[in-house]
Each structure stands twice: as structure tokens, then as C-alpha cells.
Design a protein around this ligand. Structure first.
Ligand code: NAD
Length: 460
């Protein structure tokens, strides 16, 4: 018996110290400037750029950014090795970031940030030179996709392919004029109306044909994505739109070695949901219902007043609980819960959203309990560090021989409400599993032991 136990333990020990087989330092260094391209220069984009500049000037700290503040444990707990993430893998430095963007409004980033009302005027004035230097390029826009806003700064073209060519010209122009050695696109534009994948989205051939025929199923965000991927530029999607989550974009991303990720930055209420729900499941606490409602008064809220845009957002917000709680595995606990999400546009609140959650849970012998969460949240303050991390990690992926050709970067699920995965694979929504996946990917890339948290070796 003793020998069997010993054998079992040494087998476990071997698997606890899984060494990454492929791990290598196949990552080119981050040399030169990194150009960040932002379709949509609203609250999130301006709060991100303003934040980077404020941090560069020593006016603030990068709170909320894993790449800037996070550490990664390496080896055994007793080894005492926990470098900062940015020292462990070769990430671009904040001083190397340069910016451009597109918007349907003509405001430069200083005016757009002032209008968004997220950051104080006093701070914006201290970083005005950079912000006012970022002027919006003309946007690809289709009012049918975002019904509640309209603006003058819009490209004209013969068809959608022509518009994509114009965006590709913008990309090349930015690369030349900024002197950037590498580029990333992060969609920070409005949420587009809900659509489902159609035949036009299935292959490059079908997609390009559909663009020349002005097919209505090709959304503006897809035109930016196509242009970026054609230029070999990685693309992150901060909105819940389909955008890069269609077969043609998966194909293009792999073919042109331009990593992609999305959808919908995980901020506010969904962030809290993916923190709480794994805790309930861990303790086998049941759920009868989860009612989430929000008031917000920014432009995002105005866009989401339109039922088409709201449907896109709702789908993204609703999928989270089903995946975390796995009702098919736990029918007694999660087989019958009601999940509702509401967003109300309420102008007086501006970007300072208030999100209420009423959670009806049940415990031992089925006894009911309630939890109420009232989150007085600042949406763009939570989103800005996500944009920064995604930009830096996508750039790393592009420089990694192992990641650049795989298309979807599932290890970045941590940042999204509705993470993209390989077809047929369900997404992982639990924030803590997502974080482990992210850190283990970095360990793997560097040939370090993956951490399984088994820990029996400490008791040998
Ligand atoms: N704020 C958050 O915490 C958060 C969280 C998750 C997702 N998001 C998503 O991120 C996106 C940006 O959010 P925001 O709060 O900055 O919204 P916002 O309304 O302040 O900014 C969006 C900007 O995109 C512009 N735009 C719309 N269509 C465009 C197009 N086709 N090309 C170029 N510009 C276009 C709009 O004019 C606007 O200035 C939204 O889709 C939102 O749903 C935001």
C-alpha cells in the first residue's frame, strides 16, 4: 500500500511540474515604436490614450493594468521568483506608443476626451499637446449599423472594398508618418446592430465578393478588421459586434500572421459577475435568479438605446452565467435560474454608470438567500487599462513564433465578456481560470514550468 501511494505521489509530482515542451524564447524583442490605431475615439479610446500620456509624464500610476503592475510566480513557492510581467516577457514600453484613430466626429482627442467627461479638465490640460495632436481620420460608417448617432467625418467610396482600400491607405500612411515599426488595431467604436454570420462571412473569396457588391451583412467594423488583417496588423475587438469572430477573419488572421481577439471588454457588471459566479459554483451554492440593471448616460448608453445595438450587447452579457455555472453538469443548482440584463440610458450619470445586481441564491436544504450589489462604476476607467494590456499582448503575440500564426488568442479571454475561441470550443468565462490561462501561456512561451497549484511536493 505504502509503495503504491508513493508511486501515485511521484506520478502526481511529475505532472505538477509540467514543463512546457515547446517553450522557447521565440519572441523578437520590442524594437522601435508601436503604433496604436483606434477606430472610435470616444470615452474608452480617449481615456486610454490620456492615461498612457499621464503615466508617461509621472502624473498617475497604471492602476488596473496587469502588464504594468502584475507579477508572475515562477517555479516553486519556496523559490521566491515573482518578476513583474513586463520584465518577464518582452513587452513594448509605454514611451514607445504612438496613436491614431478614426471617428465620425471631427473632434481631436482633447475635445473628444473633454466631451466624454470621464477625466478631469485639469488633468486633460496637462497632457493637451499629445491629445490635440491625435485627429480623427475619416471613418467608415453605416447609419444602419449604429442608429442613434450620425456625424460628418465619413469616407465616401464606390463600394465596401473601395472603403477597405482607403482604410489600408490610412494604415500605411500612419506607419510612414509615425515611424512605427509595428502596429495594432483596437476597435473602440460604438456597438453595432446585431447580426448573425452569413454566407458572405465564410471565406475570403465570398467576403471580398460581398464587399464589392456592397452586401449589407458587412458591417463597418469588419471593414477596419479586413484592412488591418490584410496589412498583417493584429486586431482586438472591444465591442460585442461579430467583427473578427467570423470564419473569414479567422482565416485571414492565420494566413497573414495577424493575431485577433475579442469580444467586448469585460468591465463593470460583467466583471463582477465573473468574479462572484465562480465563487458560488466553487461552494455548490444554487442560483434561482440574477437580475442586473444599469443606468448610464454616455454616448455608449445612447447607442445602446437602439434595440439592434442592445441585442448585440445583451447576447454578450447573457452568455456569461450559462458557461460559468454549467447547468448541464449541475441541474439541481443551476438548472432553472432566470437571468435578466437591462441597460437604461440616463444622461445625468454620464460615464459614471450605476449597476445593480439582485442575486437570488440558495444554500443547504434549499434555503433561499439574497445578495444585492450596487456598483458605482466608472466604465471607461475600467476599460482603459484593458485596451493597454491588449495592445501590448497582441504585439507580443505578433512577435512570438508560436502565437503569431494561430489566429484567435484565447489566452486573452481574461479581458472579454464574450471571449473568442476555436470553432466548437466553449469559452472559459471564469476570471480566475482566464488569469491562469494567460499566465501559463506566458510561462509556456518562456519555457518555465506551468503552475498547477498541486503543491504535494512541499510535503514529501
Ligand atoms: N466603456 C466600457 O467600459 C466598455 C466596456 C465594454 C465594451 N465597451 C464598448 O467599447 C465601445 C466604445 O465605448 P465608449 O464608451 O468609448 O463609447 P463612445 O460612444 O464614447 O465612443 C464610441 C465612438 O465610436 C465612434 N464610432 C461609431 N462608429 C464608428 C465607425 N464606424 N468608425 C469610427 N468611429 C465610430 C463614435 O462616434 C464614438 O465617438 C462600445 O462599443 C462599447 O460598447 C465599452
Amino acid at each position: 500500500m505504502a509503495t503504491r501511494q508513493k508511486h501515485a505521489r511521484s506520478t502526481i509530482k511529475a505532472s505538477a511540474q509540467v514543463k512546457s515542451n515547446h517553450g522557447s524564447s521565440g519572441m523578437a524583442p520590442a524594437k522601435g515604436k508601436l503604433g496604436v490605431m483606434l477606430p472610435g475615439m470616444g470615452a474608452v479610446a480617449t481615456t486610454f490614450v490620456a492615461g498612457v500620456e499621464a503615466i508617461r509624464k509621472g502624473l498617475a500610476k497604471p492602476i488596473g493594468s496587469l502588464t504594468q503592475m502584475g507579477t508572475i510566480r515562477l517555479g516553486k513557492r519556496t523559490d521566491g521568483r515573482s518578476p513583474k510581467l513586463k520584465e518577464f516577457v518582452p513587452l513594448a514600453g509605454l514611451d514607445d506608443l504612438v496613436f491614431t484613430g478614426w471617428d465620425i466626429f471631427e473632434d481631436d482627442m482633447y475635445s473628444a476626451a473633454t466631451n466624454a467627461g470621464v477625466l478631469e479638465r485639469d488633468l486633460l490640460d496637462k497632457i493637451k499637446p499629445l491629445l490635440s495632436s491625435v485627429k480623427p481620420r475619416k471613418a467608415v460608417f453605416d447609419h444602419n449599423y449604429v442608429k442613434n448617432i450620425d456625424g460628418p467625418n465619413v469616407k465616401k467610396g464606390n463600394n465596401k472594398m473601395d472603403l477597405a482600400e482607403q482604410v489600408r491607405d490610412d494604415i500605411r500612411d500612419f506607419k510612414k508618418t509615425s515611424g512605427a515599426s509595428r502596429l495594432i488595431t483596437a476597435w473602440c467604436g460604438s456597438t453595432e446592430s446585431y447580426i448573425e454570420p452569413t454566407a458572405a462571412h465564410q471565406s475570403l473569396k465570398a467576403f471580398e465578393k460581398a464587399m464589392t457588391q456592397n452586401d449589407e451583412n458587412i458591417a463597418p467594423s469588419m471593414i477596419y478588421a479586413y484592412a488591418s488583417l490584410m496589412e498583417g496588423v493584429p486586431f482586438a475587438n472591444g465591442a460585442p459586434n461579430l467583427t473578427v469572430d467570423i470564419p473569414v477573419m479567422h482565416e485571414l488572421a492565420r494566413q497573414n500572421e495577424a493575431p485577433i481577439c475579442g469580444k467586448d471588454f469585460k468591465t463593470g457588471q460583467t466583471l463582477i459577475k465573473t468574479i462572484l459566479a465562480p465563487g458560488f459554483k466553487a461552494r455548490m451554492i444554487g442560483l434561482n435568479g440574477w437580475f442586473s440593471t444599469n443606468i448610464l448616460g454616455n454616448r455608449d448608453g445612447e447607442v445602446l438605446e437602439d434595440p439592434g445595438s442592445f441585442k448585440t450587447k445583451e447576447e454578450s452579457k447573457l452568455s456569461v452565467l450559462e458557461h460559468i455555472l454549467q447547468p448541464e453538469l449541475y441541474p439541481d443548482l443551476y438548472g432553472k435560474f432566470t437571468h435578466k440584463v437591462r441597460i437604461n440610458y440616463y444622461p445625468p450619470r454620464g460615464d459614471n454608470k450605476e449597476g445593480w445586481d439582485n442575486i437570488d441564491i440558495f444554500g443547504w436544504l434549499g434555503y433561499p438567500m439574497q445578495i444585492k450589489v450596487d456598483f458605482l462604476c466608472r466604465d471607461s476607467i475600467l476599460a482603459a487599462p484593458i485596451v493597454l494590456d491588449l495592445v501590448l499582448f497582441l504585439d507580443l503575440a505578433k512577435r512570438s513564433s508560436e502565437l503569431r500564426g494561430i489566429g484567435i488568442q484565447e489566452w486573452l479571454s481574461f479581458y472579454f465578456k464574450s471571449p473568442m475561441t476555436a470553432p466548437g470550443l466553449y469559452p472559459e468565462h471564469d476570471l480566475f481560470i482566464q488569469l491562469m490561462k494567460l499566465k501559463n501561456t506566458l510561462r509556456h512561451l518562456k519555457g518555465e514550468e506551468l503552475i498547477t497549484h498541486l503543491g504535494l511536493e512541499y510535503y514529501d
